[in-house]
Ligand binder design. Structure first.
Ligand code: AMP
Ligand code: MG
Length: 497
């Protein structure tokens, strides 16, 4: 066991507010120890931002915690219960291979969940082995850190250890555990679970807890204002964050791949990196996940799926919204009906910025739509089209040379001329809105192959490095901007996590 002294050295400072919820929301249990843990990845900058001691955590005692072989002082490991609609079908789920160690309170008074993913079986494991493979855990590490670099709210990755044991999926793989850092792991599915199997008081406890933890301003306001419907405010606050989040996904071409209600966090962070991937060629119908045969979670569908998921949250909240069901339904429907509009506001604002436009004109919508429709027609690379416009090299886009593009380009130049800001300001806005690179699927695969097959982490380290500030537009990043050769497509991702 870790001693008091070591706690101070490592910087862990646990609190366990989630365990104060009614018992149906979790099961207390310890991780299943692993044979021979080895630290593979460690996120020094994240550790520093959480007030953790990087050196101590990389030592044997620190690694034992990441492996689930030691419980740090103050932690109270538990598996969270939740339900969820998976591809539209409702199921009881829960942490089947993850445990919340507790909430770390940083010296900057930030409260974050510390979760071990791949830590062994739990009461919610169903037929699963409770374990995770090295490839998928490294993949989550890369993509979540890339999302953070892109300025998109996301869970983070603090460490990956291998366990010295194998996991068996389609192939035998080294077992691994990811230490995930999240604002919380409260999901739409957590509310669905409460509504289905809890009492109204259980549901209220969860809602109050979520308000306090993620929307303290709403919680405070409703204490002084009796007229405020705090649970309706909770729904609206969650919707606002999701509208912002999904707009950001769309703006960089991120496809989550498995937007089940259990994979949507109320904090507004991107969570659960399974079959996610970034779009190369612009096409709203893009799907990477091998199990998404109907394209439910296609790129262009993500905003609608978010609205669908939020409607499931609203349904779960009904008993808290109003005493009379009919009134409650009306309040919920009213709120949800605004989601798509809310999303578009965020998306348009982001698209204007991608085109270096500061103010608003009614024709902006068609300017944006026309560009996207040209891109779709010729199969232009999404990221590189905006990148070429940003660095003022229109000849590098696949659109160049067509009459349509010449006309569009003139309209765009004229549009930018009709704002007060200088051309230099507009270019700066574009640079900070259009990444020089994204984690291209073939680059991610290359990094994972070197790591998992050859034990060579240098490819991944270099990739993580260029992805850490994708708006820098450095010469080195240019090498990572090349789309995959056509033979590498179609790219397929698998849930075999
Ligand atoms: P995911 O697809 O990662 O969102 O997981 C969906 C559900 O399956 C969650 O309840 C997970 O905890 C559970 N699950 C996924 N992989 C495993 C595994 N290897 N063992 C047990 N449960 C798992
Ligand atoms: Mg999940």
């Amino acid at each position: 066991m870790t001693t008091k002294n070591e706690r101070i050295e490592t910087g862990w400072n646990f609190d366990n507010s989630y365990s104060g919820l009614p018992k149906l929301f979790f099961s207390e249990l310890n991780p299943t120890p692993v044979r021979s843990p080895k630290l593979i990845m460690f996120n020094e900058s994240l550790a520093a931002s959480l007030g953790l001691d990087a050196k101590a955590l990389q030592g044997p005692d620190g690694v034992a915690v990441f492996a689930g072989n030691e419980i740090p002082e103050g932690a109270l490991p538990l598996a969270q219960a939740y339900a969820g609609h998976q591809f539209g079908y409702f199921n009881m789920l829960g942490d089947g291979r993850a445990l919340l160690l507790g909430e770390h309170i940083s010296p900057f008074d930030e409260r974050v969940d510390i979760q071990l993913k791949g830590s062994g079986r739990t009461p919610y494991s169903r037929r699963g082995d409770g374990r995770a493979g090295l490839g998928p855990m490294l993949r989550e590490y890369i993509i979540s850190e890339a999302m953070h670099g892109l300025g998109i709210a996301t869970t983070r990755s603090l460490a990956v250890v291998t366990t010295g044991e194998s996991v068996y999926r389609e192939i035998e793989q080294p077992g691994a555990i990811l230490t995930r850092v999240a604002a919380s792991h409260i999901r739409v599915g957590t509310f669905q679970y409460a509504a289905r199997w809890g009492t109204v008081e259980d549901l209220r406890a969860l809602a109050d807890y979520t308000l306090q933890r993620h929307f303290p301003e709403v919680a405070e306001r409703s204490k002084v204002d009796d007229a405020e419907n705090r649970y309706l405010s909770l729904l609206k606050a969650v919707m606002k964050r999701q509208a912002e989040l999904i707009a950001k996904w769309q703006l960089v071409g991120f496809i989550h791949g498995v937007m089940n209600t259990d994979n949507m966090a109320l904090s507004g962070e991107t969570i659960d990196y399974g079959p996610c991937a970034f779009m190369d060629t612009y096409d709203p119908a893009t799907v990477f996940s091998s199990i998404d045969a109907d394209g439910r979670y296609a790129y262009g569908n993500q905003p609608h799926i978010a609205a669908w998921n939020l409607a499931r949250l609203a349904e779960a909240l009904l008993p808290l919204l109003h005493d009379e069901e009919e009134q409650a339904v009306k309040l919920a429907e009213d709120a949800i009906s605004h989601f798509v509009e809310l999303y578009y506001e965020n998306w348009f604002a982001g698209m204007r910025a991608k085109l270096g436009i500061f103010n608003e004109e009614p024709e902006d919508e068609s300017l944006i739509e026309d560009l996207l429709s040209m891109m779709k027609k010729v199969g232009a690379d999404y990221t590189n089209t905006f990148r070429a416009l940003t660095v003022d090299k229109p000849e590098e886009t696949a659109l160049f040379g067509t009459e349509e593009f010449v006309q569009w380009y003139e309209l765009w130049q004229a549009r930018r001329g009709r704002q007060q800001e200088s051309a230099a300001d507009a270019q700066q806005l574009m640079r900070s809105s259009n990444p020089a690179l994204i984690p291209r699927n073939h680059r991610v695969e290359e990094a994972l192959e070197a790591a998992v097959q050859q034990g060579d982490y240098s490819v991944m380290e270099r990739l993580l490095d260029v992805l850490s500030n994708p708006y820098a537009h450095t010469p080195e990043q240019a090498n990572y901007a090349t789309p995959p050769v056509p033979s590498a497509r179609p790219y397929r991702t698998f849930c075999g996590t």
